[in-house]
Design a protein around this ligand. Structure first.
Ligand SMILES: O=P(O)(O)OC[C@H]1O[C@H](OP(=O)(O)OP(=O)(O)O)[C@H](O)[C@@H]1O
Ligand SMILES: O=C(O)c1cc(=O)[nH]c(=O)[nH]1
Ligand SMILES: [Mg+2]
Length: 198
């Protein structure tokens, strides 16, 4: 899929929001890709994740046996991408702020897995998931995401296959442009929500 085609899917779901957003990393942005408005539509999610699965295969990752995703945002694209790869899908979730595998999910020592995420901004969340899975002994051969907001700049320690790169400016809270500072910020994601994660 081209960048325009992927963004057209997001636009068709009114999923490109404008305002003042607190990102998972704590950075601020005037644009938020509200992926959940895409993922609520199975047909649109299928189109994106089928294309991502094809890119993963084309990149040569043909010996992976499981897909792992960071909750919450990664769960649906992880599952749908795994469906097109013919693989099982599991997810890490935050317990006291730290990603864990729960619900009798497991990875085997040396098992080759790919981590599938929705959006990569700084890469912090996907790195936390990768570290959790590596600590359990699995071999994280690569990661994948629908949209890489870092435009390939996030260093996550393994190759990242993104469906598209789409750079969106992000600012430190101490260094906001006046037009952003004038809007009360909202935080759409789950990191730091009480009982979910620090
Ligand atoms: O690359 P990063 O700087 O970590 O930002 C991207 C992360 O932000 C969102 O998660 P968030 O923690 O907001 O919660 P969610 O998964 O519930 O959407 C998104 O799902 C990614 O996991
Ligand atoms: O950095 C984030 O937290 C983030 C950015 C974005 O556009 N969409 C999203 O779900 N998370
Ligand atoms: Mg997330």
């Amino acid at each position: 899929m081209t960048k325009d085609e992927v963004l057209a899917v997001f636009r068709s779901c009114d999923a490109i929001l404008e305002g003042h957003f607190i990102l998972s990393s704590g950075l601020r942005s005037a644009t938020f890709l509200q992926k959940t408005l895409v993922f609520r539509q199975p047909d649109k999610t299928e189109i994106l994740c089928k294309a991502l699965a094809e890119k993963i295969r084309a990149a040569g990752y043909n010996d992976i046996t499981q897909v792992v995703s960071p909750a919450v945002g990664g769960i649906i694209p992880g599952y749908e991408t795994a469906r097109h790869l013919g693989l099982p899908a599991i997810y890490t979730e935050r317990v006291d702020g730290k990603f864990e595998l729960r619900r009798n999910f497991s990875v085997a020592p040396g098992e080759k897995v790919i981590v599938v995420e929705d959006i990569v901004s700084t890469g912090l969340s996907i790195c936390e998931c990768i570290d959790t899975i590596k600590a359990l002994g699995a071999d994280v051969v690569a990661a994948a995401c629908i949209i890489d907001r870092s435009q390939g700049k996030a260093d996550i320690g393994v190759p990242l296959v993104s469906l598209i790169e789409y750079e969106v400016k992000a600012y430190s809270p101490d260094d906001l442009p006046p037009e952003l500072a004038a809007i009360p910020p909202v935080k759409p994601g789950s990191r730091g929500i009480q009982g979910v994660g620090a």
